[in-house]
Design a protein around this ligand. Structure first.
Ligand code: ZN
Ligand code: ZN
Length: 719
């Protein structure tokens, strides 16, 4: 594609990456004592070490890098780094499939991905990179487990949990996608087991208050994602009674529309569900739990329904209501029991259709109902199962003592490596012969806190983590940028921050919110589907960079769509980006190449109407690109920057039309405009900007220049 062209990104991109790193350009600057800078911590989630970046990473990191570079240019001291989410099932399964030791596989993947991230030209501070499978990190994961246990936020309980037979482990509900395991896509059943739980429900009220507080300035889409995770439903509770006098509290959000009510639906996870299941239907409920749960509302036509044979009566509702067990409750209301109201709810309507015998009750006595109903709220979210029966994870720091039960490992014994699992050890409490726990923590638990690990310099991490003084400097973080599927993680990270506040470790984080703003961007699609290894429709970013260069790839994903929209990957976008960069290359080498032609703060001489017009275009571009980046509308920012080149060309052709040739003053004006253009596109395509800027003949880097100020061109107007 690029043969014979003068723009050859492969001839300079890696050279600039080495220059940036050797000059340590991306370490956060020390504050000048007289004039403190704004601090901006820009966070992107660490990749799983799979060995290859995918387009979703490129999108996240291109957006975040452009924003971080912009923040640096506007004068902030910026913390921007990365890590590796190395523990967990994905790495263990990948290594297993290759017959390799997990630790070796992970180390190799991290190395390869570090190279790929560098090739993208991301402005990470590499000195702060972390790896969750490093003892330096999992020591603190274990420390955090002990703290959360002391705070009552981690508890052991026997309950219904999703289980993947193929992966041989418990799964969290967010790891079950349409009834299948997120890793192996095999069926998921529900089993009763003793597990460790994270009590996310403890902060539901505070989360809800925060998210519905109109005085909190937050992007609407980010709030919406958090509300979805929370899944709040308001309604009323009513007392239902069986013929033998047993009672069941039932919930409904449809108190005004109950005329069609036909039965009661109870979650198979309801704490009292066992008491409603007779011997004759117990096998059906068991089969329902084994069968894998379709928990999506779209699946109402196929969702399992088991009639308990019990009928209930509710005061004010004339007629008996059959009680049915179904997981169709969970995805809407959590582990509760609800009235099935077909006229008010589509899922209920589908379910009622399937129950030939279920007829609407004869009559509703509104006054009696109103008197009996108590206002109530349900949340779909539930406590999170954090223990996993796998090796590759942070070992749970608990000793199982036959006399004392579970006893926490003393903090001075941390870190405990995976090889300690199940080892005999004296009980820390009574000294009896005991054993270490064998379960590990799900990698989601590592994710509770890895978002703050970049704030602590690597050299200090052996001694200090959660109370490191730099945390108060950087938190709350300035901006979090993540794929839209990260909403659940973000929710739990926000809870973790509140726990540390309430434990007195982060008293300075008053509202317990870890980030000031967040962008949860949409996915990259291909051929109308989500791009994924599983679907076999993966486009390899590394291969694309080899052909087209990192700048073209970055620009393409930025220009493709608003971060808030998904886009379909096509190579056409890459061609257009390449065309722009080639044109920029040719144009800048023509107009900036000669020694005497440099913009250099000379400004545009606006004594002529054409040059006055050019100056206006420049100012408009500067203003728009700044505003667009500030609002994280990176696609508009990139578009407005790119468009300035067309404007400069228009100026040139009109000058030639009107005057026959380009005068010295016109040439100066073009040089000023091209330099501005390079400054404006530098956050998106940093390599070409530094390469072209260097042709001006000094040591300055375009990517290290301050952000161009407003009125740039007009204020330079010469007399
Ligand atoms: Zn599985
Ligand atoms: Zn003991």
């Amino acid at each position: 594609v690029l043969e014979g062209a003068s723009y050859q990104p492969s001839s300079f991109e890696q050279r600039w990456q080495q220059t940036w790193e050797s000059q340590d350009l991306f370490a956060p600057l020390e504050d000048p004592s007289d004039e403190p800078r704004s601090r901006s911590y820009v966070f992107v989630p660490p990749p799983f070490p799979t060995g290859a970046l995918h387009m979703g990473h490129v999108r996240s990191y291109a957006i975040a890098d452009a924003y971080a570079r912009y923040c640096r240019a506007r004068g902030d001291t910026v913390l921007f780094s990365i890590g590796f989410d190395s523990f967990g099932l994905p790495a263990e399964l990948a290594a297993e499939a290759r017959g390799e030791r997990t630790a070796d596989w992970v180390a190799r993947c991290c190395d390869e991905m570090s190279v790929q991230l560098r090739r993208l030209g991301l402005s990470f501070d590499w000195s702060r990179v972390y790896d969750t499978s490093d003892p330096q990190m999992y020591r603190w994961t274990q420390w955090l487990f002990l703290l959360l246990r002391e705070q009552g936020m981690v508890y052991q309980a026997t309950g219904w949990t999703d289980w993947c037979e193929a992966c041989d482990t418990a799964l969290a509900s967010m790891q079950v996608e349409d009834g299948s395991c997120w890793r192996c896509h095999g069926p998921v059943k529900v089993v009763k087991r003793t597990q460790w739980y994270l009590k996310v429900t403890a902060y539901v009220d505070e989360n809800e208050r925060r998210m519905s507080d109109p005085s909190v300035p937050q992007e609407a889409d980010w709030q919406a994602s958090q509300r979805t995770v929370l899944g709040r439903v308001d309604g009323v509770e009513l007392a239902a009674r069986a013929d033998d006098g047993r009672r069941l509290t039932v919930f409904t959000p449809h108190r005004e529309e109950l005329d069609s009510v036909c039965c009661v639906l109870i979650s198979p996870r309801h704490p009292e569900v066992e008491t409603w299941i007779g011997d004759e239907v117990a096998p059906s409920v068991e089969a329902l739990r084994k069968g894998g749960w379709e928990r999506d509302e779209r699946d109402a036509a196929n969702v399992e329904l088991v009639d308990t044979g019990v009928t209930l009566r509710v005061e004010g509702i004339d007629g008996p209501l059959p009680l049915l067990v179904t997981p169709a409750v969970d995805s809407r209301y959590g582990e509760t029991a609800v009235l099935c109201v077909p006229a008010a709810d589509r899922t209920d309507a589908v379910i009622a259709d399937r129950l030939a015998g279920a007829k609407a009750v004869a009559a509703i006595d509104r006054a009696t109902l109103a008197a009996a109903a108590r206002p109530a709220t349900r949340y779909r979210i539930r406590d999170f199962v954090i223990s996993r029966q796998r090796e590759w994870g942070t070992l749970i720091p608990i000793v199982e003592c036959p006399r004392c039960g579970p006893v926490p490992v003393p903090r001075s014994d941390l870190p405990l490596g995976p090889e300690e699992a199940g080892r005999p050890t004296p009980c820390p409490q009574c000294g009896s012969e005991a054993r270490r726990e064998t379960d590990t923590l799900d990698c989601h638990f590592d994710g509770l806190w890895w978002w703050m690990a970049n704030c602590v310099p690597a050299a200090d991490r052996d001694d200090t983590m959660f109370d490191h003084p730099e945390l108060e400097r950087w938190l709350p973080g300035h901006c979090l940028i993540w794929g839209a599927d990260g909403g659940g993680y973000v929710f739990d990270q926000r809870i973790f921050a509140k726990v540390l506040r309430d434990a007195g470790i982060w008293p300075w984080l008053e509202d317990g919110e870890p980030f000031e703003r967040a962008l949860l961007h949409e996915m990259v699609r291909f051929d109308g589907r989500k791009m994924s290894k599983h679907l076999g429709n993966v486009v390899e970013p590394v291969a694309l960079m080899s052909t087209w260069g990192a700048d073209a790839l970055r620009l393409t994903v930025l220009l493709a769509a608003s971060p808030r929209r998904a886009f379909v990957w096509t190579e056409g976008g890459l061609r257009r980006s390449h065309e722009f960069l080639s044109k920029l290359w040719d144009y800048a080498t023509t107009w900036l190449g000669s020694d005497e032609r440099r913009g250099d703060g000379e400004g545009i001489d606006t004594s002529d109407p054409l040059r006055r017009r050019l100056a206006k275009w420049c100012d408009a571009a500067q203003r728009r690109v700044s505003e667009d980046i500030e609002s994280l509308s990176l696609h508009r920012a990139a578009h407005n920057a790119v468009e300035l080149l067309d404007k400069i060309e228009t100026f040139e052709s009109r000058v030639v039309e009107q005057r026959g040739s380009v005068t010295d003053k016109d040439h100066d004006a073009i040089a000023v405009a091209v330099e501005l253009l390079l400054e404006l596109v530098a956050p998106f395509t940093p390599h070409i900007c530094d390469e072209l800027w260097a042709m001006r003949g000094d040591d300055e880097l375009a990517t290290a220049r301050p952000w161009p100020s407003g009125d740039l061109a007009l204020s330079r107007t010469s007399a």
